[in-house]
Structure formats: structure tokens, C-alpha cells
Design a protein around this ligand. Structure first.
Ligand SMILES: Nc1nc2c(ncn2[C@@H]2O[C@H](COP(=O)(O)OP(=O)(O)OP(=O)(O)O)[C@@H](O)[C@H]2O)c(=O)[nH]1
Ligand SMILES: [Zn+2]
Length: 618
């Protein structure tokens, strides 16, 4: 058919562009979707760049008078997203969505060569690096000397005018695109939002679009993108799990301040942890876990701490407690794992509460502190004592009084609040002898084959604090390095703090302290997760070495953080600087009982000398 391409008067000052070539290209996308496009190039575009117009579906009819206006999308080039499927933005899925929607409605996809919102590819990658330090997508642009959005849509308007598309329906969430086109003489009959392509990796980027530049994005209702969501169901293995956790780090850094302010984890963080399968790392496959073992677990907590110590701490404990629940009798496991997801349970043993026997169970009372993660938990695991015997009671959090007690100077985001019960009835099947639960012959070991369930619980406990300390130190070193290498202007002379010999020596020392922490950490992991047989209980000397290495690793980590802070100058004490938070977090970590250095040195010495431990649970 012949198209009626009528000319629309150009606004004054806008030069006319003309169609240069028109060729048909069949398109086939990786998911199998196929269509074809009339691809056009132009003479006379205002910025001289090679922008493309893809005319799709019944575009010619859509230009006729009296029909629905053509559907148009202005897609800004994104090599990382369009070509390589980057998870950091939503460009790839938006492009794919736009082609299909336009092909079925009739219209144009303008592929605009304004990579990185107009700043270019290399600067965009520099901006990503800054985002990994905690800046959002717009602040990163500004820090690099650009505007938050450098795009100009004059060429796009010229292309649309050249086709006679003076009135369009615009597929976008971005009010700036509609505003600029309207000012360039394009009538916007309707602005149609694109789908929301939310994933764990791009959630922060999308939230910034919504909050900073008024994009119409309803992130609250959108489900996290399919690949991420379904991923939790399949066992990713050691490396796959760590890759998922590492993808969370930039978002965790960006939310670390919010996490402190909330004094619990943001919902998005809990969702991401769930999607990544973090709570599944330890429990056996029969209850939906990955049974990946102590090494994966420890390394995941360490990686999370490279993003946010409070998140790592909370996730580490919640993941450990899901595994504890897999040691309970079958009826309890049916109850807590029955829903399909991983049960989130806070556990606290300090101070130990009391239990008295009543008909059908126990009546428990107590005031427990430090229930990390309780703000996200359905269950609480509480230490109680009955006639000198230590028991653990499993109680719905809803049955307990929650006391807002976690006002601390570090690890603020863990929400480690207090819990209280006064004569609360707990049915007998939800109370278990601690010695039985923590031993290798726990009830769960009778029906799970997974070797980890058959190991004493102590093997896995005590890993969280040193893992978080190490990850925190690694993050601190990274920040220290960035700080030392950042260009500075000193009276017109470009220099860097790291050019000074003193700074170099300080960095070397901090780096050495991190290495010491890493080596002790690896020594500890080699004990709890040896290459050969799974651990069936550690002989005293090994147990002594384990606790000693964990404590010394954390000590070196703290020293590394101290050196990074000391070498970074006064700006480190601004609340916006992550280093000051890391220092506070690590200081709280080091005062956790599992890292109390004096008793550990004493008991480790006893163990190494074959004198036997005097602390039973060491
Ligand atoms: N500078 C910079 N550019 C980015 C970043 N993330 C994505 N981009 C670029 O942003 C552009 C994508 O924008 P569009 O897909 O047109 O999206 P939009 O302008 O936000 O609006 P919509 O029409 O609603 O999608 C591409 O050029 C990407 O390369 C980032 O963090 N920094
Ligand atoms: Zn992109």
C-alpha cells in the first residue's frame, strides 16, 4: 500500500531532516520473538550522530488521518543493557518490550545514540564505579561533571517530523522525554508507561528514576523479575550463590544508611536475600535448602558485609537458624517449612528464661535481649531453663512482647531488639533439650542424610561475627584506596592523597592487616569445611585452632578498619562517609561474646596444650 506521509509544519528554528535510506531488516530476539523493521537513516540530524528509526508493524496506517496515532519509543543506546543483557539497568527488557508493543500497534522505535543518558559509554562505566561506592545513578553523573541527564531529543523530533509523525503516543515513564518532544512540536496524544522490569540488581536504579526524575514506575506492585525470582528455587552451587550475593553489594551499600536509620533491614533487602536464596544455603534439600555447607555460608556472610554489616549479620543469623530448625523433629519441620519458603526465626539465649512443666507443654517466662532479625521473623528460638536443664523453645513472634531496645552506635540495622514472655504456654513438641538439638544425633539427623545436620551445631556457630568483620574490613580497604587515588585540586595543581609516602605506608599496613584477617579466615574455613570428609565433631586442638583463628581474623580486620579510618582524614567522620559506619559496626562486632579475645585465648591455649576446655560450649 502507499503511505500518506504528510508534512507537519516544523517549529521555528528546527531544521528539517530527510530520510536518507530505508531498508528492511528481519529481527530475531534471543527468546524467539521475531518481527521485521523498516530501518531508516537520515540527513541533517542536528547533532550529526547516526540515530536509527525502526518503523514497525502497521506504521504506515498509523500515520493516516483518523487512525490511532503511532506508538513511539525513544530508546537511548545502552551497550551494556541492549547488547550484553546487563542486569544493572532495565534497558534490554525495555527494548524487547517496546519492539513487540510497537510492532503490534504500528509505530516507531527511535534508537538514539546517546549512550549513558548522553554522557557516553566510558563515563557511564565510571558512573557505575561510583555507584558501587554508594552514589545513586544521578549523583554519580554529577560527581563526574555531567548533568544528571545530558540527553537532548531534538534529533528525535526531527526524525518524527521527517516521517510526518506530528502526533504520537509515547511509550515512556520519563516525563522529560514527553516535555522535550512537545516543545519541539510533536503532539503527545498519550503517554503510555512501559512495563516495570524489576530485578534485585536494578531495583536501586529504578527507585532512583522514580524518586529523582519523576518516572512513572510502580515498584511496589511489580514482581521481582522472573530470572531472579525463579533462581531461588534451583540450587546455584557454591559459586552461583556467591555470584548472586555479590550482585547485591552495590544495592546494600546504597541502602546502608537507610538500614541504620530504620534500625532493621529494608523490605527490599529482605526480598533480595530471599530471592538470592541466602536463607536456603544451609538447610537440607528435603526442606527446600541448598545444603551448601559451612564454607559457602561463611563466604556469603563475608560478601554481604562488603555491602552492609548489619545486613550480613542479620542474614547470617537468620540463615543459621533456618538450619537449626532442620534439626528439630519432623512435626515441627512440617509446620515451619511447610509453607515452601524458608522460615525466618530470630534466636536469643541471653539471658536464659525459665520454663515450668504444665499440662501438654511448658509455661515460659523471660526477658531476652539481642534478637537479631526479629523484625523480619515469624518465629523466635528462645533459651529457657527447666530444673537446671537448658532447653530451646520455638515460639511464634506474634505471641511475644517485642521491646524496642536496640539503640546502639553500631550494627544499628540488625534490629536486635528484646523479647518478653510472662507465663506463655508452649506446646511440648516445640520445646527441645539444647544438648540434644546441638549434638550430632539431633532429631533432624534421624531423617535427613545431609552431612551437615549430623555435625555438632557448634561447628557452624561463631562464624558470623568474624565473617562480617572481614567483609567490613575488605570494604573499608576498598574505600581507603578510592580515597587515596581520587584526583584532588591543590591550588590549581592536580594531585592525589596517595602520592604521599605516609599515605602509601598507611595503605600498605592496612592492606597487610586485611591479608592477615583473610589468612586466618581461610585457616578457620579449612577446619569447618575440610576438603575430605565432612566434620563429625572437632578434636580439642582443632576446635582451639578454629576459635583462635576466627578471633585473630576479626582482630586484624578491626585493625585494618582503624588504619583506613586513621589514614583518611577528617572527612571520614561525616555521617555520609561509609567508613565511619564500618568502624562503628566493627567495634560492636568485636564486643560480641563469640569474639571475646581473653576467654578465647585462654581456652584455645588449654585446647592446644591438651589440658581440656573449662568452658563446656567452647
Ligand atoms: N549515566 C548513566 N546512564 C545510565 C545509567 N544506567 C543506564 N543509563 C543509560 O540510561 C539510558 C536509558 O534510558 P531510557 O531507557 O531511555 O530510560 P529513561 O530515560 O529512564 O526513561 P523510560 O523511557 O521510562 O525508559 C541509556 O542510555 C543507558 O545507557 C547510569 O547509571 N548512569
Ligand atoms: Zn541500560
Amino acid at each position: 500500500m502507499t503511505a500518506v506521509i504528510h508534512s507537519v509544519p516544523l517549529p521555528a528554528g528546527l531544521p528539517a531532516a530527510t530520510i536518507r535510506t530505508r531498508v528492511n531488516i528481519p529481527l530475531l530476539f534471543p527468546d524467539g520473538y521475531a518481527t521485521s523493521a523498516d530501518v531508516m537513516t537520515f540527513h541533517g540530524l542536528s547533532d550529526g550522530r547516526e540515530h536509527l528509526l525502526l518503523a514497525l508493524g502497521g506504521w504506515e496506517q498509523a500515520l493516516l488521518e483518523g487512525t490511532t496515532a503511532p506508538l513511539v519509543r525513544l530508546h537511548s543506546e545502552c551497550m551494556t543493557g541492549d547488547v550484553f543483557g546487563s542486569g544493572r539497568c532495565d534497558c534490554g527488557p525495555q527494548l524487547r518490550e517496546a519492539v513487540e508493543r510497537i510492532a503490534s500497534a504500528g509505530g516507531f522505535l527511535l534508537y538514539l545514540r546517546q549512550e549513558g543518558r548522553g554522557i557516553g559509554l566510558y563515563p557511564k562505566l565510571d558512573a557505575y564505579a561510583l555507584q558501587d561506592q554508594g552514589l545513586d545513578t544521578y549523583d554519580a553523573n554529577v560527581a563526574l561533571g555531567h548533568r544528571d541527564d545530558d540527553r537532548d531529543y531534538t534529533a528525535a523530533a526531527q526524525m518524527l517530523h521527517a516521517l510526518g509523525a506530528g502526533s504520537i503516543r509515547l511509550l515512556t515513564n520519563n516525563p522529560d522525554k514527553a516535555g522535550q518532544l512537545a516543545a519541539l512540536g510533536i503532539g503527545i496524544e498519550q503517554q503510555i508507561p512501559t512495563g516495570v522490569h524489576l530485578s534485585a540488581a536494578n531495583a536501586r536504579y529504578l527507585a532512583a528514576k522514580r524518586d529523582r526524575t519523576g518516572h512513572t514506575l510502580d515498584l511496589g506492585q511489580a514482581a521481582v523479575g522472573h530470572p531472579v525470582q525463579s533462581a531461588a528455587g534451583s540450587n546455584p552451587g557454591h559459586h552461583g550463590l556467591l555470584a548472586r550475593v555479590e550482585a547485591m553489594i552495590p544495592g546494600l551499600r546504597a541502602r546502608a544508611e537507610e538500614t541504620e536509620r530504620l534500625r532493621r533491614l529494608p523490605e527490599l533487602t529482605v526480598q533480595e536475600l530471599q530471592d538470592a536464596g541466602v536463607f536456603r544455603i544451609l538447610p537440607p534439600a528435603a526442606v527446600g535448602g541448598y545444603a551448601l555447607g559451612a564454607r559457602t555460608y561463611g563466604e556469603a556472610v563475608r560478601a554481604l558485609a562488603r555491602g552492609c554489616a548489619s545486613t550480613a549479620w542479620t542474614a547470617g543469623h537468620l540463615a543459621e537458624h533456618a538450619w537449626m530448625l532442620a534439626r528439630w523433629p519432623r512435626d515441627v519441620q512440617d509446620e515451619v517449612f511447610g509453607a515452601g519458603g524458608m522460615p525466618l526465626a530470630a534466636a536469643t539465649s541471653a539471658p536464659v528464661g525459665s520454663a515450668t512443666k504444665v499440662d501438654g507443654g511448658y509455661s515460659i517466662s523471660g526477658h531476652w535481649s539481642f534478637a537479631s532479625g526479629v523484625m523480619h521473623s515469624r518465629w523466635a528460638l528462645l533459651a529457657v531453663q527447666h530444673r537446671g536443664v537448658r532447653l530451646q523453645a520455638l515460639v511464634p513472634v506474634a505471641d511475644l512482647e517485642l521491646l524496642d531496645a536496640w539503640h546502639t552506635d553500631g550494627l544499628r540495622g540488625t534490629g536486635s531488639n528484646d523479647l518478653r514472655a510472662d507465663g506463655l504456654f508452649v506446646p511440648g513438641y516445640r520445646v527441645l533439650d539444647w544438648a540434644e538439638l546441638s549434638g550430632p544425633g539431633n532429631p533432624g539427623s534421624l531423617f535427613h542424610n545431609d552431612p551437615l545436620i549430623h555435625s555438632p551445631m557448634a561447628t557452624l556457630l561463631n562464624l558470623v561475627a568474624p565473617a562480617v568483620a572481614l567483609g567490613s574490613a575488605e570494604y573499608a580497604l576498598e574505600l581507603f584506596r578510592t580515597q587515596l587515588l581520587a584526583p584532588r585540586d591543590r591550588n590549581g595543581v592536580q594531585t592525589r592523597q596517595g602520592e604521599s609516602a605516609l599515605a602509601q605506608a598507611r595503605y600498605a599496613r592496612a592492606s597487610g592487616a586485611v591479608t592477615t584477617a583473610q589468612l586466618h579466615w581461610q585457616a578457620a574455613l579449612a577446619i569447618v569445611s575440610p576438603d575430605e570428609d565432612p566434620v563429625a565433631g572437632l578434636p580439642d586442638r582443632q576446635r582451639a585452632s578454629l576459635r583462635l583463628s576466627l578471633a585473630l581474623s576479626a582482630e586484624s580486620a578491626q585493625e585494618a578498619v582503624r588504619l583506613a579510618v586513621a589514614g583518611s582524614g577528617g572527612s571520614v567522620h561525616r555521617l555520609a562517609n561509609p567508613l565511619q559506619r564500618i568502624q562503628r559496626d566493627v567495634s560492636v562486632l568485636l564486643s560480641h561474646p563469640t569474639l571475646g579475645i581473653d576467654p578465647i585465648l585462654e581456652q584455645a591455649g588449654r585446647g592446644l596444650l591438651d589440658l581440656g576446655f573449662t568452658v563446656r560450649s567452647f
